[in-house]
Design a binder for this molecule. Structure first.
Ligand code: ADP
Ligand code: ASP
Ligand code: MG
Length: 431
């Protein structure tokens, strides 16, 4: 017997027909092989598009919405799908019940709308699963210390699933989505992207944090810390609703496991593992900031206090002596707030003009191979230059290089880099 957490994303839960398909996969996973049943907990997302719809309602109701009430609204999408899946399982003769965030409970801390999971009470789930009942848990939602509903940021159901897996000591956490694994880049942009058999936690963490939305970044960090075995796979693999045992997706593995896979010849080590893009950042330029100690602190302190994450930062050489331009990026969703905060402090910071631009994208190449090989960045710059793509800013880490470019060039840049690093799958249509 194994204890398994299965998570189904929005596309898999979009409508009663698809939920029936999910219920069949769940039922077969629970039935196990050779008569040995598995204990199964299922974490579900809202139907595809539902969370966007609910977020828009909040914006329409009140542009400066209270995050606590926003959570009340957006958490409802997952409540609907968890109940529907429990009903569908019951219709198939499979005992099942839903466990809402406040019922488990999923204790969260920090801000509404981007709550962090602190602790999940898993005893109720375990008792129910031991009796052969399927536990269905709405992802994305939790309970604040004040007893109010919280949500965990977009894509948060992945993190719910990993946290549930950690709380009940699951053998595996299978993340079912609309692609059959993690690819070298978004397969919707590059048709010749290659599916990876395995990717290390560290690389997946970096890929997710720079825009590969196949897993929420926090879910990968949590899996790494808690040692949860995560697999990404498709719920649309065939009409038979086959569970994971028969069609493995991409395993997220430790570096040791990766080294073993490479030694056994099951995985080929590449210099670059993947390429990701992110169109959700915006650029802010403050011109003619006084070039003296403390200036930069005056800019970034208020943003940090308002929980606005600043990503790329460049301080340009001043046009005149004693002045400099400071350019940085923030999430597009926080641009208006950031701009208002900086305008309020114009005197204090002493800049001349504030210029904003949402029409940018960040393209990143990631790979642990970079730790020991030089030249990855140079290849990137040369490949982009050859296609006339202008680089506006650059940042690097031990296993990543990111550049900021014009948003219109995103798809072209991703394709060019995918080819430049030799990641393209062989062209099956050719000769
Ligand atoms: P779900 O609703 O199941 O959570 P998401 O839309 O959040 O699904 O994530 C799956 C999507 O992630 C895919 O449809 C794909 O377009 C996108 N994606 C981005 N980068 C990658 C990648 N490197 N590998 C696989 N999918 C990726
Ligand atoms: N429904 C939420 C969202 O769309 C959470 C999730 O699907 O992971 O962001
Ligand atoms: Mg997702």
């Amino acid at each position: 017997m194994a204890r398994i957490v299965m998570k189904f994303g929005g596309t898999s839960m979009a409508g009663t027909e698809r939920i029936r398909r999910v219920a069949n996969i769940v039922r077969r996973q629970a039935a196990g092989r050779d008569g040995e049943r598995n204990q199964v907990a299922v974490v579900v997302s809202a139907m595809a598009g539902e969370t966007d719809r609910l977020v828009n309602f909040c914006r329409e109701a009140n542009a400066l919405y209270d995050p606590a009430e926003y959570d009340v609204v957006v958490a409802s999408g997952e409540q609907v799908t968890s109940g529907l899946l429990a009903l569908t399982l019951q219709a198939l003769g499979q005992p099942a019940r839903s466990w809402l965030g406040w019922q488990l409970p999923v204790h969260t801390v920090e801000n509404h709308a981007k709550a962090l999971i602190d602790r999940i009470e898993g005893s109720g789930l375990i008792a129910a699963m031991e009796e052969g009942q399927i536990a269905v848990i709405p992802g994305f939602q939790g309970l604040s210390p004040e007893g109010r509903v919280t949500t965990m940021g977009r894509g948060g159901s992945d993190t719910s699933a990993v946290a549930v897996a950690a709380a009940i000591g699951a053998d595996r956490c299978d993340i079912y989505t609309d692609v059959d694994g993690v690819y070298t880049t978004d397969p919707r942009i590059v048709a010749r992207a290659r599916k990876l058999k395995a990717v290390t936690y560290e690389e997946m963490l970096e890929l997710a944090s720079v825009g590969a939305k196949v897993l929420q970044t926090r879910s990968v960090g949590l899996a790494m810390r808690a040692g949860v075995r995560v697999q990404v796979l498709s719920s649309f693999v065939d009409d038979d609703a086959t569970p994971a045992d028969d069609h493995p997706g991409t395993m997220i593995v430790s570096e040791d496991e990766m080294n073993q896979l490479v030694e056994r010849g099951e995985v080929e080590r590449q210099l670059v593992t993947g390429i990701a893009h992110d169109k959700n950042e915006a650029k802010i330029i403050l011109t003619r900031v006084p070039d003296r100690p403390g200036s930069v602190a005056h800019i970034f302190e208020p943003l940090a206090k308002a929980s606005i994450n600043v990503d790329m930062i460049i301080q340009n050489v001043g046009r005149d002596k004693g002045e400099t331009d400071v350019t940085f990026t923030v999430p597009q969703a926080d641009l208006a707030r950031a701009q208002a905060l900086l305008e309020d402090r114009r005197e204090e910071i002493g800049y001349n003009r504030i210029i904003t631009d949402s029409h940018i994208a960040k393209i990143s190449v990631v790979g642990v191979g970079m730790k020991s090989h030089a030249g990855v960045a140079a290849t990137m710059f040369a490949a982009l230059a050859e296609r006339g793509i202008n680089i506006q800013a650059i940042t690097t880490s031990e296993i990543k290089v990111s550049v900021m470019i014009d948003e219109d060039e995103t798809e072209l840049a991703v394709r060019v880099l995918h080819t430049a690093y030799g990641l393209d799958a062989p062209d099956e249509s050719a000769g």
